[in-house]
Design a protein around this ligand. Structure first.
Ligand code: AQP
Length: 355
């Protein structure tokens, strides 16, 4: 029975320096999935104007994220790398999804609550509608899998809700046009135009926390640069940030349970596990009983070993902006062909008159 072709899609906003959380939670997974899947990776520049409209150097940031994708090992020829704004079908489908999604769904999104803060009335309409655009990014390719960090789980659930409502509300027209595809949802077989996309939230570092506060996620927009390790930080800066990372006076425990009430220690162990591709258990087995004065230098050495080659490759790629632009242009052209194929059917399903 035909089903959706497996396809991976994910995006990163050009809102600032990429950090270790973006790398371990997302980009490293993007690289790994290339061997087994057809992949589309996008610099989501339309998203970057939702929280802050004017950016000093949006073009430069877009090129830097692209360079990070390439430096980490994404192959733009076998797969697709592009920036969102050049494929206008994303915005077109997002509008349609604004009419599918309910305001109550958007109001429940924790990212909106966090980013809008207390002054919600003053947040942009785009910030509220962000998840519709994210659903459109994914579903305009009818992507089946999305590698993301833990923080995006709720948006992925909303993407499934939007796909389900569209499939149900237009089920007659989808049937008449023969545009539906069978899929398994739980124990049921259902038919629909859009897949119910699966999040891929995997690995030991799906939520890397701030180095200054183990209860807050590491984030590009944290005002303190000491809170994060940027992919472009040099060895001395990485070592300094890890040395200054908040911890407690106790040595590392010998059992994982001992990390439960120690968010900062837990975070550093998770980062070590993520960077070394080991389990937390094995890190604790090696460092249990040791002081941070021993663990932190080991972590700094590991972080430098893993990140320095990416930073130097990023610098090499960024020195040739014409090459980066050519990658984005070529990726955009290939993405647009696929996106337009989806939109042609979406327009027919809805009943818009076109050619
Ligand atoms: N701390 C994190 N740990 C693990 N994964 C993370 N991601 C982000 N922060 C962490 C994942 O990185 C991908 C790209 O994220 P994004 O830049 O598109 O959006 P974001 O989640 O809003 O990232 P930031 O760094 O927190 O940016 P700002 O400060 O601008 O909001 C996503 O897959 C995300 O899950």
């Amino acid at each position: 029975m035909p089903s959706f072709q497996p396809l991976v899609f994910s995006g990163v906003q050009p809102t600032g320096n990429l950090h270790l959380g973006n790398y371990l939670g997302a980009i490293r997974r993007f690289v790994a999935l290339q061997d087994s899947h057809d992949c589309i990776y996008c610099v989501v520049d339309l998203h970057s104007i939702t929280a802050q409209l004017v950016h000093d150097d949006l073009a430069g940031q877009t090129r830097a994220i692209t360079a990070a994708f390439l430096a980490a090992g994404i192959d733009p020829e076998k797969h697709i790398v592009f920036n969102q704004s050049r494929v206008m079908q994303h915005a077109e489908l997002a509008w349609i999804f604004n009419c599918v999604a309910r305001i109550g769904w958007m109001n429940r999104m924790t990212q909106f609550k966090d980013k809008a803060g207390k002054d919600r009335e003053n947040a942009s309409l785009g910030l509220l509608a962000y998840p519709s655009l994210m659903a459109a990014d994914i579903l305009v390719y009818r992507a089946t899998h999305v590698p993301v960090g833990e923080d995006q789980k709720q948006h992925l659930e909303l993407t499934r809700d939007i796909a389900t409502k569209f499939n149900n509300d237009f089920s007659d027209r989808i049937g008449q046009l023969g545009a539906g595809v069978d899929m398994t949802v739980g124990d049921e077989r259902v038919n629909g135009f859009f897949p119910l996309t699966e999040p891929l939230i995997e690995g030991t570092a799906t939520r890397v926390m701030s180095l200054r506060d183990g209860m807050k996620k590491m984030s590009k927009s944290d005002p303190s640069d000491l809170s994060r390790i940027n992919l472009t930080d040099d060895a001395d800066t990485i070592a300094k940030k890890i040395k200054k990372a908040k911890t407690d006076p106790e040595p590392l425990p010998s059992e994982l349970e001992g990390l439960e009430a120690r968010p900062e220690a837990d975070n550093l162990v998770g980062i070590y596990a993520g960077l070394s591709d080991r389990s937390r258990e094995s890190v604790i087995a090696e460092f249990g009983g040791q002081q941070f004065s021993v663990f932190k230098p080991a972590l700094a050495e590991l972080a430098v070993e893993k990140l320095a080659p990416i930073a130097s490759e990023m610098r090499r790629i960024m020195a040739d902006p014409a090459y980066v632009d050519a990658v984005l242009r070529n990726g955009g052209e290939r993405a647009a062909v696929r996106a337009e194929a989806t939109m042609k059917t979406v327009r027919e399903i809805i009943g818009f008159v076109g050619d």
